[in-house]
Design a protein around this ligand. Structure first.
Ligand code: FPP
Length: 230
């Protein structure tokens, strides 16, 4: 592989809309919470596989602002599951060089979950193999609004980008849905999209490798003309 390709291959920002937990569970006659538990196992697989696929940042849509409108029982099950994930995975993150960060609002999350997030962010801060960003109580429109309000001087593309977050290279959505659902709208300006019918709990390291391979096969032009299109 040419040096330039090796360099770009080692710095992909991949983002995943993990969809289909509920349908995966219903098809098996299981409660939706069982789908989310199986989804958490798929998160572990993706996090483990990501660094060796050249992914340096992985942003996962774990709980959207809109998800608050789900039944209280499901919301509570999701919050508990996220807490359990942090409790169980922080040590593994440290061992594997994974730096965990949360994006989104924290003030409406259960205080215990916020404490676990902060502890995990602190303990994993030295990780350099992968930045794992969990989007929680997240709305991309709100994040853009927040950033715009925080800028006191001239609003420029660079100043907004610096506050909003890194550009996404590869956006994956599972379960056959093909929407952004208020996820990383600004950051996905030039992202390559990969949609797969696979339900998130069935998503494997091989699926992630396939999505990355598809990403590398794409001709990213950023509006310009390249050798392939000239
Ligand atoms: C979408 O499936 C998924 C979610 C709303 C939550 C994502 C949560 C997890 C994958 C589990 C825990 C996460 C971590 C980071 C440990 P859905 O319920 O909307 O599925 P449906 O469209 O089939 O109903």
């Amino acid at each position: 592989m040419p040096a330039a390709e090796v360099m770009s291959a080692s710095s992909i920002h991949a983002a995943i809309i993990m969809d289909g937990n509920g349908r995966w569970a219903s098809r098996r006659g299981l409660p939706r919470a069982a789908g989310h538990r199986a989804g958490a196992a798929a998160v572990r697989r993706a996090v483990e596989a990501a660094p060796d696929l050249g992914i340096s940042t992985l942003t996962l849509y774990a709980f959207s602002e809109g998800n608050w409108s789900r039944p209280a029982r499901e919301v509570s099950a999701l919050m508990k599951l996220l807490g359990r994930y942090l409790t169980e995975e922080t040590a593994r993150c440290i061992a594997n060089g994974v730096r965990l960060q949360a994006i989104g609002r924290r003030d409406r999350l259960p205080p215990r979950l916020v404490a676990l997030l902060e502890e995990s962010e602190r303990k994993t801060a030295a990780g350099t193999r992968l930045v794992l960003r969990l989007a929680l109580d997240y709305s991309s429109r709100k994040s853009i609004l927040d950033a715009a309000r925080r800028i006191s001087g001239e609003v420029t593309e660079e100043s907004l980008s610096a506050l909003i977050g890194p550009d996404v290279d590869l956006l994956i959505r599972t379960s056959g849905e093909q929407r952004l659902s208020d996820f990383l709208l600004w950051e996905c300006a030039y992202a390559e999209f990969v949609f797969t019918p696979r339900m998130w709990p069935d998503f494997t390291a091989k699926d992630l490798a396939q999505a990355v391979a598809e990403f590398h096969a794409r001709d990213r032009r950023f509006g310009a003309v390249t050798a392939r299109t000239a």
